[in-house]
Design a protein around this ligand. Structure first.
Ligand code: TYD
Length: 351
């Protein structure tokens, strides 16, 4: 196998590479990453010098560079993680999401098609996507692979668009594609603009914990290491042309998640939990805020034997601990871009 990964300096891509580059020394990996604000080469420091790993600083919006990189590396497998993923940011800067998620995916599909030509028997184009393409759920029900697409935010609309293209490239050109749609990921190396890292860092620093609305929205939380394993399983064993949903079987309200973070911080820093809970502040809700996401994992469990291994409480504790023990990584991501976002978005509430 020769695995080309896009967006390997981002959260999920980095966790995938950190797991499989050392585990598979006979497999060659190439990481294409644009190094936007959310991509941090420091996350990959421990594998950077490995012989089976290489990095190229490439933006998928540049079709020529993408084609040249795919041509040069001759991958058997492409795992496409690269994407803009933050809903709040997509509400403010929707164009970035079209460029990265729609045009970027189009360029990568075209590069694969051109370079692979008719030699498709041992090839896989694996597209990593989100459950947000299915829209939102009420109190009951779960997203299945057959749930109709109904994206609500500029982010989910851009991911839905990319999923449709991947599916169409399989149907029209016979490109050997696979798609996975995952629930909310959490774990080490997540950029501190998403719920769990924002709350963990603020809780550790004694700053306000900004809960949108009443904190009643529900997400299903998937530990990133479990997600990486599910992707690898689908990439190697899943049938071509199919979609698999990946979830953590861990539905929690946002307030439950924040209370879990307060508990973990209390244990780690040896402080009374009430003191940290006092930092919770309810702030203006997100426009068009999806109420609930939940994933039915029956298909991947029955067909590929995968299920999440991590309990949410264990994974959350481990994650908060990681943020408390990695100040160097946190300092490195606090670039001008990060500080600008935190100041604009929370209007000084949380920093
Ligand atoms: P987020 O991590 O942005 O993921 P997504 O919107 O893709 O699910 O948000 C998870 C939930 O947490 C979502 O319901 C919005 C909420 N949230 C807050 O209440 N406060 C925050 O500061 C953030 C970033 C998110």
């Amino acid at each position: 196998m020769r695995i080309l990964v896009t967006g390997g300096c981002g959260f999920i891509g980095a966790n995938f590479l950190l797991k499989y580059v050392p585990q598979l020394p006979d497999v060659q990996f190439l990481n294409l990453d644009a190094l936007t604000y959310a991509g941090n080469p420091l996350s990959l420091q421990s594998i950077a010098d490995r012989e089976n790993y290489d990095f190229a600083h490439i933006n998928l919006a540049n079709d020529l560079e993408v084609t040249n990189a795919v041509e040069g590396f001759q991958p058997t497998h492409i795992v496409h993680f690269a994407a803009e993923t933050h809903v709040d940011r997509s509400i403010k800067y929707p164009r970035d999401f079209l460029n990265s998620n729609v045009i970027g995916t189009f360029n990568l599909l075209e590069a694969a098609r051109q370079v692979w030509g008719d030699n498709l028997s041992d090839k896989v184009f694996h597209h990593v996507s989100t459950d947000e393409v299915y829209g939102e759920l009420g109190e009951t029900g779960m997203f299945e692979e057959t749930t109709p697409y109904s994206p609500n935010s500029p982010y989910s609309a851009s991911k839905a668009s990319s999923d449709h293209m991947v599916r169409a490239w399989n149907h029209t050109y016979g490109l050997p594609t696979k798609i996975t749609n995952c629930s909310n990921n959490y774990g080490p190396y997540q950029f501190p603009e998403k719920l769990i890292p924002v709350m963990s860092l603020n809780a550790l620093a004694g700053k306000p914990l900004p809960v949108y609305g009443k904190g009643e929205n529900i997400r299903d939380w998937l530990f990133v290491g479990d997600h990486a394993e599910a992707i690898f399983r689908v990439m190697t064993d899943g049938p071509v042309g199919e979609t698999f949903n990946i979830g953590g079987n861990a539905e929690r309200t946002n307030l439950q998640v924040v209370h879990g973070i307060c508990q973990a911080v209390a244990e780690i820093s040896n402080q009374p939990v009430e003191k940290i809970q006092d930092q919770i502040t309810f702030v203006t809700d997100r426009p068009g805020h999806d109420f609930r996401y939940a994933i039915d994992t029956t298909k991947i469990k029955n067909e590929l034997g995968w299920q999440p291994s991590q309990s949410f409480e264990e994974g959350l504790h481990q994650t908060v601990k990681w943020y408390s023990e990695n100040p160097n990584w946190i300092e490195a991501v606090k670039s001008g871009e990060y500080l600008k976002w935190i100041n604009e978005h929370y209007q000084g509430e949380s920093n």
